[in-house]
Design a protein around this ligand. Structure first.
Ligand SMILES: O=C(O)C(=O)C[C@@H](O)CO
Ligand code: MG
Length: 390
């Protein structure tokens, strides 16, 4: 089988979006941005799709969620010529070809996200070619179903957060993730706001539900050190990305300091990046995202490395490319799940663009043993609400 064409499209959402609110989610821009919508650069209102055609008629579908126009340009100009004419089953060779030939400027960030989109489509082709779901090519079913946690609870008024938390309990979730709204610039009053929001959610969910706390790189080392002892009484399952993704020593220091597991990795790339995080014991939970980290080829290797460090892998964002890895890896006990709702941050845009994601039932997801490939197709229902760039 040979790859004959790589078709990329950018889908930019022009439909209704939920308006931005202040203190919605602490983030890396907070330290320097003191007005307006600091979360603006962390919205994902566009997506790149990668359709790889073969001479057998099989088409594989991959996607990239970062900097969509740049990802499309990288794939069109640099990556497509490297894979056209090649056998998709030579996936490791193709990955190395893309990685090595873009090494001078790629490696991390959008270069690796673009490689991820191509690699995901290649795995989709392989699954379709052998008539098996991708997880069956990676190790098969390691769990009856995938436990998943509801991930939203952005900072709004406390009553609304409590109602939202209650709705996840009503749907049968036994784990959920909330976001902090305040960071170092907000002083002691902001600290109290942060603690009050955790207390408000804990009040509704009790002590027997896992609660994860997301900082989205909006804190710094000193602030996190002050917050950790105050958070310990809430027994969070983890504290996520307290500092910038590049501050690996900062993560390691925090992870040594506290009984709260520190998590991270959604802004880290390739097995080399994760080896560093693991060797330094910088994180107690790994959260790569397959459509950033280097695709399924890279994520599968990282799973093996994480297993040898006894560190669980709970990928960022859920979604099909991640679910298949979670299903096939014992080191991966759970998935993130973004509830479907109006377009807000943009994490939920996936559901407006693709069809095939499993619905959680009582906090569990399942994958079909008989659907070949990743089980995802483009959902044309909302195409008229996107600006599409071909
Ligand atoms: O789900 C996460 O872990 C994220 O970091 C999502 C991001 O959009 C911030 O909430
Ligand atoms: Mg996160």
């Amino acid at each position: 089988m040979k790859i004959t064409r790589v078709r990329t499209r950018v889908f930019e959402w022009k439909g209704h979006t939920v308006p931005a609110q202040p203190h919605f989610c602490s983030n890396a821009m907070d330290e320097l941005w003191d007005r307006g919508d600091s979360m603006g650069t962390f919205r994902f209102h566009g997506w790149t799709t990668v359709e790889i055609e073969t001479d057998s008629g099989i088409v594989g579908l991959g996607n990239v969620a970062l900097a969509p126009r740049i990802a499309k340009a990288i794939i069109d100009q640099y990556l497509a010529p490297l894979v056209i004419g090649q056998d998709p089953f030579d996936y490791e060779y193709l990955w190395q070809r893309m990685y090595r030939s873009t090494h001078a400027w790629g490696r991390k960030g959008i270069g690796m996200a673009a490689i991820s989109g191509v690699d995901i489509a290649i795995w989709d082709i392989m699954g379709k070619a052998v008539g098996k779901p991708v997880f069956k090519l990676l190790g098969g079913r390691t769990k009856e179903k995938i436990p998943c946690y509801a991930s939203k609870l952005y900072r709004t008024d406390l009553k609304s957060m409590q109602e939202e938390a209650q709705s996840y309990l009503d749907q049968g979730f036994t784990a959920m993730k909330m976001r902090f709204g305040y960071g170092p610039k907000d002083g002691p009053a902001g600290m109290r706001e942060n603690l009050n929001s955790v207390a408000a959610v804990r009040e509704v969910i009790g002590d027997d539900i896992d609660l994860m706390l997301e900082c989205y790189m909006g804190w710094n080392l000193e602030y996190t050190k002050r917050m950790l002892p105050k958070l310990e009484r809430f027994e969070p399952r983890w504290l996520e990305e307290p500092v910038l993704a590049d501050d690996i020593d900062g993560y390691a220091e925090l992870n040594r300091l506290t009984s709260i597991p520190i998590s991270g990795g959604e802004h880290e790339f390739t097995s080399y990046g994760f080896r560093q995080l693991l060797e330094k014991r910088a994180v107690s939970v790994i959260q790569y995202d397959t459509n950033r980290v280097g695709g399924i080829t890279a994520a599968h290797k990282i799973n093996a490395i994480a297993e040898s460090f006894s560190v669980p892998v709970i990928p960022h964002a859920g979604q099909m490319h991640n679910y298949h890895l979670t299903m096939s890896t014992l080191a991966s006990p759970m998935s993130e799940f973004f509830p479907v709702h109006d377009v807000e941050i943009g994490n939920e845009l996936f559901y407006y663009l693709f069809e095939g994601d499993p619905e959680p039932v009582n906090g569990f997801l399942d994958l079909d043993d008989d659907t070949p490939g990743l089980g995802l197709t483009l959902n044309e229902t909302y195409f008229d609400q996107f600006h599409i760039i071909e």
